[in-house]
Design a protein around this ligand. Structure first.
Ligand SMILES: O=P(O)(O)OC[C@H]1O[C@@H](O)[C@H](O)[C@@H](O)[C@@H]1O
Length: 382
């Protein structure tokens, strides 16, 4: 599971975040209305690049650089006049109905925010340092990532071990059983941990696992990604970035806030330091684009072509083991580097570069260095 490290700016002193998360009876009601009053009620979207920095007065920078209008009284915040509400998109000031857990509400804020419990006290939910995710809860990103990655690993190992369908041995089926049991064990652990820390409802993690597997399976059949030129990778990176930003801004002009979850997280997380900038959807987008860009760069580099030659040579096993060990070490070092989060643009730019450097190192640089090393040894031995 990913480590979170970049905490967002602290919340306002008057925010419910600084109050204990007691949900019982009057405490909850008081907290809810106070925080509603702190948030704007005129459908104010959040800029995709801006973490919900809750400075005093709770003003957030909008894409146009304008500051949000001052908050309206609590009584006006249960519905948001003028907002084109749909089940999926809503202002954070709208109180979630029970049905909305299907559309991205997370349990840690939903129980505090909903009017489902009426005058009864809501269940008390404990929060943890990893609870306060800022993106929508459906489907779970962790479950999706774990399912996608492990699905690729399991199917790749099986296809390497399998050979022809007709000639599969008992050993193959034993391996098949062990690998798939391992796969599902990992998924169950990931899902249970996400539900345990109240970051997700169960259906969200289940949706995450199945969508992760579907994405992995789809990309296994898209062969062109293995041969695509660097220009193609660059083009896709730029397209995804501009499309996402453009779509966000388009909806923003119509008063629809795709990032409604940011404020929910900041409003209901029991500790401001648990709200991390690297969990925002925009941070996630830049990380993924960085990986795509770095992969394109690596696959089309001279280093990759040089190292591919050795892959057909004699020293395949030491080469592969060396690549695995060096890559794991390098990734560990990369992981230790946390981009500074005080300047958001710098944070996002460094996140992009860091993510691009990962495939560049693992696919380009490390295999190249090892192939040179082993190649030199071969020449000496000859
Ligand atoms: O939806 P979950 O399981 O809470 O996971 C959220 C995470 O999902 C990942 O896919 C994103 O890269 C992270 O930025 C994000 O924090």
């Amino acid at each position: 599971m990913r480590q979170h490290s970049q905490s967002m700016s602290p919340c306002p002193a008057t925010s419910p975040l600084s109050a204990p998360i007691s949900t019982g009876g009057s405490t909850h009601a008081a907290t809810g209305s106070r925080s509603s009053a702190l948030l704007g009620s005129t459908c104010p979207p959040t800029a995709p690049w801006s973490a919900p920095s809750a400075g005093a007065g709770t003003s957030w920078l909008s894409p146009g650089g304008r500051r949000r209008s001052p908050p309206a009284p609590a009584s006006t915040t249960r519905t948001t006049p003028g907002c084109p509400l749909s089940p999926l998109l809503t202002s954070s000031t709208t109180r979630p109905s029970p049905m909305r857990i299907l559309f991205g509400e997370r349990p840690y804020w939903w129980v505090l925010d909903t009017d489902y419990y009426g005058n009864n006290s809501a269940p008390e939910i404990q929060q943890f340092p990893l609870t306060c995710e800022t993106g929508p809860g459906s489907p779970s990103g962790h479950a999706m990532g774990a399912a996608g990655v492990y699905y690729v690993m399991v199917t790749a190992l099986l296809s390497a071990a399998g050979g022809e369908k007709q000639s599969r041995t008992l050993r193959y089926w034993l391996l098949w059983t062990v690998l798939w049991i391992g796969f599902w064990a990992v998924q169950v652990c990931v899902c249970m941990s996400r539900v345990f820390i109240a970051a997700h409802f169960p259906h969200q993690v289940i949706a995450g696992v199945f969508s992760g597997m579907a994405v992995a399976k789809t990309f296994q059949h898209i062969r062109f990604i293995y041969r695509a030129s660097f220009h193609r990778y660059l083009g896709i990176t730029l397209f995804l970035f501009s499309f996402t930003l453009g779509f966000y801004l388009l909806l923003w002009t119509f008063g629809v806030d795709l990032l409604w979850t940011l404020e929910k997280a900041q409003k209901w997380c029991s500790r401001p330091e648990w709200v991390h900038i690297d969990t925002t959807p925009f941070a996630s987008l830049l990380r993924n684009l960085g990986i795509l860009f770095g992969l394109g760069l690596a696959l089309n580099s001279h280093m990759y072509q040089e190292s591919s030659r050795l892959k057909q040579g004699q020293q395949l096993l030491p080469f592969r083991l060396g690549c695995i060990a060096a890559s794991l070490l390098t990734l560990h070092i990369f992981d230790a580097f946390k981009p500074p989060s005080h300047t958001q643009l710098l944070f996002y730019a460094l996140s992009f570069c860091k993510s691009a450097a990962v495939p560049l190192a693992a696919v380009g640089l490390i295999p190249y260095c090892l192939s040179q090393l082993l190649g030199t040894q071969d020449k000496k031995a000859a």
